[in-house]
Write a new protein. Structure first.
Length: 223
């Protein structure tokens, strides 16, 4: 196996973006901040500190960032036993592994959260490695998570494709030099994803699987 299919997880393989929005909204509310759910949705996918900074500004009380992040983590943790995989997420990963791709996850999740996400996907037999938040200094849109995934797969950027659902994913993949595929199931507009670097856009994992032979992940699509 000398080509890699790198996947974001939240909003790409598991239907969690709106759960994150509600959990962050409640965390901010408990801390006395009024933040719109629309603004939160646009920020999902950023590391916690970057998300807080984007929503509260650089002049916020940074000493409370950790408190907000911990509140979000506790609230979101209530869903761990019932996180819903997106349609055909596991089938897509197994198909790619069977086609000779090294499948690697690149996610900001770590620890118990990552475990819950992997249980939801239910395709550990197809996943070769995971680049988690615990493994990198900077999260997306930094290219570091994708670059680390490529190191784990042992392939160069030109032999990899990155699949994600946010503009942060597309920017991270583009900066890492890989082809980027976007899915719309995270809730962001096609135009925003294409502007951020998506080479192709699909509705969800099931749509990508059904279109696989005509996609950047087709057999022979990576030289």
């Amino acid at each position: 196996m000398d080509r890699a299919a790198v996947f974001d997880v939240d909003g790409t393989l598991v239907d969690t973006n709106h759960l994150h929005v509600v959990s962050w909204w409640e965390a901010f509310r408990q801390a006395g901040h009024e933040v719109s759910m629309h603004a939160l949705h646009r920020a999902v996918g950023l590391p916690s500190s970057d998300l807080v900074g984007r929503l509260l500004g650089e002049d916020r009380d940074r000493d409370r960032d950790a408190e907000l992040s911990a509140a979000h983590k506790a609230l979101y943790g209530q869903y761990f036993d019932r996180l819903p995989a997106l349609p055909d997420a596991g089938k897509l990963l197994r198909r790619l592994a069977g086609d000779g791709w090294t499948v690697v996850l690149a996610t900001s999740a770590g620890g118990p959260e990552l475990g819950a996400l992997r249980r939801a996907i239910d395709a550990d037999d197809a996943i070769a490695a995971t680049a988690s938040a615990d493994d990198v200094e900077s999260g997306k849109p930094s290219p570091e998570p994708v670059e680390h995934a490529l190191e784990l797969a042992g392939v160069p950027a030109e032999r990899a494709v990155f699949v994600g659902d946010t503009v942060w994913d597309m920017r991270a993949g583009s900066r890492a030099g890989v082809r980027c595929v976007a899915v719309l199931c995270g809730g962001l507009p096609r135009a925003d994803l294409e502007e951020a670097g998506a080479d192709a856009v699909y509705a969800d994992p099931a749509d990508l699987l059904a279109s696989l032979d005509r996609s950047p992940l087709a057999r022979g699509a990576v030289p």
